[in-house]
Design a protein around this ligand. Structure first.
Ligand code: TYD
Ligand code: MG
Length: 454
């Protein structure tokens, strides 16, 4: 038997508190504590009733994971070559970004390949899903739908399936276990429902995909523990004002992380973008100052991105630093280096920085392109149209090497760029018809204006 115990659980980090307070002492979040009934097992835990476990050897062939390819190249690459049987994937993203659409298309594709697919929605009714399936052109497929929220019923049903299936739960925050006395979406419910569903899915070696909501600061709602319980965590991101959507792997037990898949949201669903560089550069203007092209890398894929900067005198005591798609701390560091090592005065200037196309850059390799965009804006001189940049900037103003330079250069060449600005320490073979500038210090970039600025 178990007895109920009232406790307060932080809905952000999952820490237990014995009494309520306005702020979680662990993660410092305000108003995140919620009263929940937690059942504690009665009786001593030391009375072991465990069974003897059987060990396996790593060399056993039975430990191989067969992968299921989805016919969606973008999803397969993000997953590291397809979904692994018996794996659990959590996909998070802002409301309305297209999570349900993506997964419905995914199962639509898989059912055409004769995979058994089950889609359980706690958010939409059957007729709503039907309407969407109609729009996506997969109404006639063999996907099995259910609109339920009782995780116990779902677990019992999927536990009885004998063959490998693909199971989508939309969303984990709408599911509840009747034996737990908390509302759906609370930490206890989310954790327990996920646990129950994962165990049931593993029984048949099925592929389980959980859709998760995100909080206002972009994390998957509920405790981080949910991210620990699953094998793969994906984020579906993008800006509602743009048509592109990016699927990014944050954690992957079976493949690389930070790999991205790019999609475009059309009125007939999501379409894969095979050549994202072309798309991100499509709206580029000629002969405008403050625009530099970064030869970036997202996971294993090279991608060219336009960095835009606008620098202008500020009327404020503390000038504005408005950034979209890049890191605030990194811009502060770079402006300090530009100010102290290159004598570019920015302390009384507003800086607006935008990564065009609504994509976010995390790579330090973008430093050089950002610096070039800032310098070009300060001097109001456009950078030549066929130049790309990559290189990390250190605090002493040195330009540091980055990884996979060849891949970046190859992508730039493919898209018609013929002038590469790169770190001098980078050892790469550059084709004869390309011009390049090896930089040792950031101040070299300022001096370089004759070559790269028209
Ligand atoms: P949805 O998949 O419901 O988002 P989520 O599950 O992440 O909340 O996507 C909803 C949005 O996508 C909605 O604004 C309409 C748009 N959409 C299209 O533009 N084209 C389509 O074919 C579909 C199905 C949706
Ligand atoms: Mg949805």
């Amino acid at each position: 038997m178990s007895k109920l115990n009232k406790q307060y659980i932080c809905q952000i980090c999952g820490t237990l508190h014995s009494k309520w307070s306005g702020k979680c002492e662990h993660c410092n979040e305000w108003n995140s504590l919620l009263e929940e009934n937690v059942s504690k097992p009665s009786g001593p835990l030391s009375k072991s009733s465990g069974h003897k476990i059987k060990f396996e050897y790593l060399k056993n062939d039975t430990l191989e994971y067969p992968r299921l390819k989805t016919n969606f190249n973008e999803i397969d690459r993000v997953m590291g070559g397809g979904f692994v049987s018996g794996s659990v994937t959590l996909i998070g993203g802002d409301p309305g970004i297209g999570k349900s659409t993506l997964l419905l298309q995914l199962v639509g594709n898989l059912s055409k390949m004769n995979e058994q697919c089950i889609y359980v929605s706690g958010e939409e009714s059957l007729s709503q899903i039907k309407m969407r399936a109609d729009r996506l052109g997969i109404k006639d497929s063999n996907i099995q739908f259910a609109s339920v929220t009782n995780a116990s019923d779902i677990a019992t049903t999927i536990g009885s399936i004998k063959t490998r299936s693909v199971l989508i739960i939309d969303s984990i925050q709408t599911m509840y276990l009747p034996q737990i006395d908390s509302s759906p979406g609370t930490v206890t419910q989310v954790r327990a429902c996920a646990h129950e569903l994962i165990i049931a899915a593993k029984k048949s070696n099925s592929i389980l995909v959980l859709i998760g909501h995100v909080t206002k600061d972009g994390n998957i709602a509920g405790p981080r523990v949910l991210e620990h319980m699953v094998d793969t965590v994906l984020y579906f991101e993008g800006d509602n004002n743009f048509q592109y959507r990016i699927l990014r792997s944050m954690k992957n037990r079976f493949g690389p992380t930070n790999e991205i898949g790019v999609f475009e949201m059309l009125n007939v669903g999501l379409k894969e973008i095979m050549n994202p560089s072309k798309l991100f550069l499509s709206d580029r203007q000629k002969n405008v100052s403050g625009s530099a092209i970064f030869a970036g890398l997202e996971g294993t894929r090279p991608i060219l991105i336009e960095v835009q900067a606008l620098v202008m005198p500020s009327s404020l005591a503390s000038p504005r630093r408005t950034i979209v798609g890049w890191d605030t701390a990194r811009l502060s560091m770079l402006s300090a280096v530009l100010e102290s090592r290159c004598k570019i005065h920015l302390s009384n200037m507003d800086i607006f920085l935008n990564i065009a196309g609504g994509i976010k850059i995390f790579e330090p390799a973008a430093d050089l392109a950002v610096a070039a965009a800032i310098i070009s804006s300060v001097k109001d001189v456009p950078i030549s149209f066929s130049t790309v940049f990559f290189g990390e900037v250190g605090l002493s103003g040195e330009i540091r090497k980055v990884n996979q330079a060849e891949l970046r250069i190859k992508e730039a060449t493919k898209l018609g760029f013929d002038n590469i600005i790169l770190p001098s320490k980078q050892k790469v073979i550059i084709e004869k018809n390309m011009s390049y500038n090896n930089l040792t210090l950031l101040s070299d970039l300022v001096d370089l204006k004759i070559h790269i600025l028209i």
